[in-house]
Design a protein around this ligand. Structure first.
Ligand SMILES: Nc1ncnc2c1ncn2[C@@H]1O[C@H](COP(=O)(O)OP(=O)(O)OP(=O)(O)O)[C@@H](O)[C@H]1O
Ligand SMILES: [Mg+2]
Length: 257
């Protein structure tokens, strides 16, 4: 059913760079949308990779900057994408400046939460927030605004070390600013079952995370890395690729959580 009043807001986060956050936001978003759900992607990363990966260009106005500053409404900022049911609030490089502006203001952790709570989200089943690779104010704003965090973990050495730091931060934010916040799930990305290292990370993640770990593994798949340069989610670029199938499988898991 569309327009479920129980909109779920998920922040896709990891302070490590290049671990599949944006790839997951784009492709999980698209895969949930094709299940006849309404999904809103919010590009909170000044790199604006989710924006270009969804075929849009950076926002000079009516993007994330003017949305969180309250200049423009949600309706004014939302743009559609090639996937029916998948919309976007565009990111912009000057958002990096916004992070600095925010730093000197009161209630600086609450800008996104405030903008979302005063918006009508009833059209959306899911809101996915693409976070930058840091635990700075933008990521904190996402975690304060979210119901849950979806962590992407690259199947590589040291992946789990950073994870405990991130989980501590989530606990702190939950204690101080956002009681609703939960770890919604953890997904292993760039997984290669032929590699001993991937299997070792998997085993440790399984022990450390238990049920939080999604059963779906996102394999390393070249189609996933090619699709953004065509401005498309992988299901429009190569629906039969292992990457496309894995994100469809992750979407089913997310929908059933
Ligand atoms: N499963 C995958 N298979 C192959 N390539 C992938 C996969 N996931 C991501 N990539 C590629 O790896 C790079 C990093 O991925 P992505 O941009 O999603 O990570 P990120 O965590 O959002 O990075 P950043 O922290 O810089 O925002 C990109 O070039 C992307 O295309
Ligand atoms: Mg990214």
């Amino acid at each position: 059913m569309k327009g479920d009043p129980m909109t779920k807001i998920l922040a896709v986060a990891n302070q490590k760079g290049g671990v599949g956050k944006t790839t997951t936001v784009i492709n999980l978003g698209a895969s949930i949308a094709v299940h006849d759900k309404e999904v809103l992607v919010i590009d909170l990363d000044p790199q604006a990779n989710a924006t270009s990966g969804l075929g849009s260009t950076e926002a000079d106005s009516c993007g994330i900057h003017s949305f969180i500053s309250g200049e423009n409404s949600l309706e004014e900022c939302v743009v559609s994408t090639e996937i029916e049911g998948l919309s976007l609030i565009r990111g912009a490089r000057h958002l990096a400046g916004t992070e600095i502006e925010l730093a000197s203001q009161d209630e600086r952790e609450f800008f996104l939460a405030e903008a979302l709570s005063t918006s009508d989200l009833s059209n959306y089943d899911y809101v996915l927030i693409d976070c930058p690779p840091s635990l700075g104010l933008l990521t904190i704003n996402a975690l304060v605004a979210a119901d849950g965090v979806l962590l992407t973990v690259q199947s590589e050495y040291y992946a789990l070390e950073g994870l405990s730091h991130l989980i501590e931060t989530i606990k702190r934010i939950k204690a101080h600013w956002n009681k609703r916040l939960k770890i919604f799930g953890v997904v292993l990305t760039m997984y290669d079952k032929r590699l001993k290292l991937s299997r070792e990370v998997e085993e440790e993640a399984d022990k450390f995370l238990g049920k939080a770990l999604f059963s779906t593994r996102i394999p390393r798949n070249v189609r996933l890395s090619e699709a953004p340069s065509h401005g498309k989610p992988v299901i429009l670029y190569d629906a039969y690729s292992s990457g496309a199938k894995s994100y469809m499988s992750l979407a089913r898991e997310v929908l059933s959580r």
